[in-house]
Design a binder for this molecule. Structure first.
Ligand code: AMP
Length: 560
């Protein structure tokens, strides 16, 4: 497949607001891709060259793209930066520069999807001395070979921001639409979903759908070392309500830490976050602990918490989070912020997939294979009870230990991917913080002209994001700078001092009260919102919903 055909599809998607129409365009394309290119094209469609949920990390920043545009088109830095300020999109800037390039460009080539894919993969693999120059050479070469339209999408892919609206949800629907009949739609979606939960690789799943159909998708099994989608918790209003529904439940502390999915095969250990990012290198201490504590092939899950080495108390997630994306001085920070691993589940043991086993059986199996290491690796504390007082006291003890609350787990529930009723239920204090996504921001004034200082927040309503307030307090200067840096590449529109951004950055927000408000599309606003945390471990699918905001509003006693 020519890259120019793919670029045409990207352009069509960008110009098509309707999700149904986008699904049709993608599925029509998928049907026509030769099998040997299917995996690559599906990944490129998602704007990545890496399977799984790994963030595209080619180690390329705006600056390098600007230099590459200079090198390949002859434009000077200032004019490129000015164009960037006008458009907020280096893809468009590259396209415009190429269109009116002052340099003789003799090298135009017919780009093939394989060629672009391999170059992008290569970018990610270049490390060490001189890597910046080597990467720049590759990017410049690709720009020189490309047409303006192709270059636009190559640059956007490199920067991890394709802007076509081809979300994972759309790709799921498009894969089932491409390979299954309309009347099989429901079963096909279930089979595609199942396979994606187990292997989390859209390219592979598309290929299986094409070559082996529904039965192939249903036969997909866990492969140790490859991440599996995680089970999440529903929220409940009260312990009483949960106890009314279930006879007996397991209660565990809900730790304020990082979800870890740990795979072990022989002497190899892999660690994934809840977004399936590979953080094995960042946690050599966990790798060692797991090797000492477990001596069988398995996939287990738990919560990692940071520990204050002087007091032995757990540290807030904020502090532990410094370790999650760390690329240098890993041993040093591991010593500064030691961890404790609290295991609560097992999904694969000695060649056997356990997702259809009940929680109580899984827990028994987990207990058998873990050799606890004092204060370092242990099973989560649990009680099995139907006694409200006992569970209330357990809840109190969790809050006193500065944990988030408790998890109530249904004894005979199987391992369900995503958030489901009848599985895990979380209980947290009522005025708990909200996880919201930044949808816009405002540039500051005076000494803060180069900083974004006020942020528009969004919650979810079905597939839509709706606004629910502005927040500008609770930040340190360092945090303002950090969030500004994170948001600049996501700018999609600029009006005076106001910018709109692609919804990607999730923030945890404290507030005093929820009020009704005509100023925001949700109809609600937060009173005295303040920044608590940036949640790089969370994404769009994790943010709070309008429903939850309504419920919290009602629980304040305003209802009726
Ligand atoms: P939430 O992020 O609020 O939806 O809650 C789900 C998260 O709670 C999981 O992804 C885990 O990271 C975390 N967690 C903390 N303690 C537990 C526990 N005992 N069982 C399951 N998840 C836990």
């Amino acid at each position: 497949m020519d890259y120019s055909s793919l670029a045409n599809i990207y352009e069509k998607l960008e110009q098509t607001p309707s999700k149904l129409e986008k699904t049709r365009i993608i599925s029509d394309m998928i049907k026509k891709i030769p099998t040997n290119q299917l995996e690559k094209v599906i990944l490129l469609m998602l704007g990545t060259v890496f399977p799984g949920h790994s963030q595209l990390d080619l180690g390329v920043a705006d600056k390098m793209i600007i230099k590459s545009i200079m090198k390949s088109t002859g434009y000077n830095e200032n004019s490129i930066i000015n164009k960037f300020k006008e458009t907020g999109d280096l893809g468009i800037v590259t396209k415009e520069c190429l269109k009116s390039s002052k340099q003789m460009i003799l090298g135009k080539k017919k780009l093939d999807v394989d060629f672009v894919f391999e170059k992008l993969e290569k970018l990610a693999k270049i490390i060490g001395n001189g890597s910046q120059n080597k990467k720049m050479d590759i990017i410049s070469e690709m720009i020189v070979f490309s047409s303006p339209k192709e270059a636009c999408y190559i640059v956007r892919t490199i920067l991890g921001n394709l802007r076509t609206g081809a979300s994972e949800g759309l790709l799921r629907d498009s894969i089932s639409k491409a390979f299954f009949l309309e009347e099989e739609k429901k079963d096909a979606k279930n089979a595609v979903d199942y396979a994606l939960n187990i292997i989390a690789d859209f390219g592979k799943v598309a290929k299986i759908a094409k070559l082996s159909g529904m039965s192939g998708l249903r036969k997909v099994d866990i492969e140790i070392g490859k991440p599996i989608n995680v089970m999440l918790a529903e929220k409940a209003e009260s312990i009483e309500k949960v106890l009314k529904k279930y006879d007996k439940i397991i209660a565990e502390w809900k730790f304020d830490g990082m979800r870890a999915q740990i795979h072990k095969k022989g002497n190899n250990v892999w660690i994934y976050t809840r977004r399936l990012e590979n953080v094995t290198l960042q946690f050599p201490d966990i790798v060692e602990l797991v090797k000492k504590s477990i001596n069988i092939d398995c996939v287990v899950e738990g919560e990692v918490v940071g520990i204050n080495s002087k007091t032995g108390n757990t540290l807030p997630f904020q502090i532990l989070s410094q370790r999650i994306h760390r690329k240098y001085d890993i041993e040093k920070i591991a010593n500064e912020i030691p961890i404790q691993l609290n295991l609560f589940d097992i999904i694969y043991l000695d060649g056997k997939n356990l997702i259809n086993e009940t929680l109580i059986n899984r827990r028994k199996k987990l207990e058998k294979i873990i050799k606890p290491i004092n204060g370092k690796i242990q099973l989560t504390k649990k009680i099995i009870s139907k006694d409200i007082n006992e569970i209330q006291n357990f809840y109190k003890s969790a809050l006193e230990a500065n944990q988030e609350g408790i998890m109530l787990k249904v004894l005979d529930s199987t391992y369900n991917f995503g958030r489901h009723v009848d599985g895990w239920i979380k209980i947290k204090p009522i005025m708990e913080s909200l996880d919201l996504i930044i949808v816009g921001a405002v540039w500051g004034e005076g000494s803060r002209t180069n900083m974004l200082t006020s942020f528009k927040l969004g919650c979810k309503n079905g597939d839509d994001i709706i606004e629910c307030g502005m927040m500008s307090t609770g930040f340190t200067e360092k945090e303002f700078n950090y969030i500004t840096k994170k948001l600049i590449p996501l700018i999609i529109d600029t009006k005076g001092k106001n910018i709109k951004v692609k919804p990607e950055i999730v923030v945890e927000i404290n507030y005093q009260e929820i009020q009704k408000s005509p100023n925001y599309s949700s109809g609600f606003a937060l009173r005295f919102p303040s920044f608590k945390n940036i949640r790089l471990d969370k994404g769009l699918s994790d943010i709070d919903t309008l429903n939850r905001i309504k419920k919290l509003y009602d629980s304040q006693g305003h209802s009726g």
